[in-house]
Design a protein around this ligand. Structure first.
Ligand SMILES: NC(=O)c1ccc[n+]([C@@H]2O[C@H](COP(=O)([O-])OP(=O)(O)OC[C@H]3O[C@@H](n4cnc5c(N)ncnc54)[C@H](OP(=O)(O)O)[C@@H]3O)[C@@H](O)[C@H]2O)c1
Length: 374
């Protein structure tokens, strides 16, 4: 079989598509040491030992998710460090080839998986607790797009922020993978959702994903006016126009950088700011007097670390997700699909900030056919 391998932390262009041995049918779960990296995003993590994508259920992969964290891994800039060479990829979907007795799955069953790494290969072997049933009506691409971002989104909104229907949610990076998941989940949970996006195409995309409102990160919708960095300018002014001063109950922020202070300024009393990541490259600093004066809070969200400590939560949240989908409240994730062998092209879309929704590698998308639809 073929697999993508990070052979050196030199960036996406050096990810190799190479022939490797298939996992054994009866592979046991493998523990590999993971060291925290010294990087911007390392502040997201506590020290943790990660289990590799090995053991229990052997799956023929049909599609695999590509996320910002994978891009960071190719640069050696992610909080989780795995011994080189290794295969990245945190989520995938496919068909069970074989499984250990008592694993709870059967050969031929459609499934999705969520693991710390290892999904960008044609066959994977995964601990049963990280294998999730995939409904017949859900495509493999949607199945590969959902686990990381939607389970993180549910964990963030329901468990960390304790979101209540009727509250107002603001989502930064709203056209990205985590962002579209948060927008769709916000709608499904009955939140009034405001999307913040970097350009007009992304703003419109966030509205199509179900945001009630969408503003540009550097100005009001449609006016093309760049923000000049003054407090109250840019997206915050646009949000105030829409909902008023201090009217946002929850901010979900996977971007960081310069978003923090204005995000705190947007919060209603008892509002919560969820810190998910730093796609913008900088880790912001919080002046805690702002929290005191506003009766607000900043909450860290690190789903991978939490799921490691509470593995049963993965299947529990997946059940909640499928229930929301079943009732029609939650649409399937929008995806941008690339041929399975084209990890470099997929990573380039994330590097260039072009991606709309979750990027996936698909074995049914052919080279030269361009990226897939939503
Ligand atoms: N804490 C957790 O549990 C958890 C789980 C999953 C992911 N994450 C983190 O969430 C972040 C987003 O991941 P993702 O997979 O959703 O990424 P993504 O699909 O690439 O989306 C990131 C978004 O960030 C915005 N952005 C702003 N400045 C950027 C810059 N300089 N470079 C790139 N993007 C920039 C972009 O939106 P605009 O162009 O519209 O501004 C982009 O759409 C990452 O930091 C990832 O590690 C955290």
């Amino acid at each position: 079989m073929f697999a993508h391998k990070i052979a050196a932390f030199t960036g996406p262009e050096d990810v190799e598509w190479t022939e490797v041995a298939e996992p054994a049918e009866s592979a046991e779960p493998t523990e590999l040491p993971a060291k925290p990296a010294e990087s911007a995003e390392s502040a997201e993590s506590a020290e943790s030992a990660e289990s590799a994508a090995g053991g229990g259920v052997v799956i023929d992969v049909a599609a695999a998710g590509v996320s910002f964290a994978d891009l960071l891994q190719t640069r050696g800039a992610y909080q989780m460090r795995v011994a080189l060479p290794y295969t990245p990829g945190m989520d995938a979907a496919g068909v069970v080839r074989s499984c250990a007795p008592g694993a709870g799955f059967r050969p031929g069953q459609r499934v999705a998986v969520l693991v710390p790494y290892g999904c960008w290969q044609e066959v994977i072997s995964v601990p049963g607790e990280r294998v999730l049933p995939l409904p017949d009506a859900m495509s493999f691409e949607a199945g590969a797009a959902a686990p990381l971002n939607y389970l993180t989104g549910l964990f963030a909104l329901v468990r960390r922020a304790r979101a209540q229907a009727g509250e107002t949610l603001l989502v930064h990076g709203a056209a990205g993978g985590v962002g579209t998941a948060a927008v769709q989940l916000g709608k499904a949970l009955g939140l009034r959702t405001i999307a913040v996006a970097g350009d007009e195409a992304k703003r419109e995309f966030a509205l199509r994903c179900g945001a009630d409102h969408a503003v540009l990160s550097n100005g009001r919708p449609g006016d093309g006016r760049p923000g000049d960095g003054r407090p109250g300018d840019g997206w915050l002014a646009a949000v105030r126009d829409l909902v008023g001063e201090r009217a946002v109950d929850i901010v979900l922020d996977p971007v960081g950088s310069d978003r923090m202070t204005d995000s705190l300024r947007s919060l209603a009393p008892e509002g919560r700011l969820l810190v998910l990541g730093f796609a913008g490259g900088e880790i912001p600093v919080v002046k805690v007097n702002r929290l005191l004066l506003g009766n607000t809070g900043v909450l860290g969200v690190a789903s991978r670390e939490f799921f490691e400590r509470h593995p049963a939560l993965v299947a529990e949240l997946w059940g909640q997700l499928l229930e929301l989908r079943q009732t029609g409240a939650l649409a399937d994730p929008p995806v941008e699909a690339y041929p399975f062998a084209d990890a470099r092209g997929a990573l380039r879309a994330i590097t260039d900030r072009r991606a709309l929704g979750k990027v996936v590698l698909s074995r049914t998308v052919r080279a030269g056919s361009g990226r897939g639809g939503e």
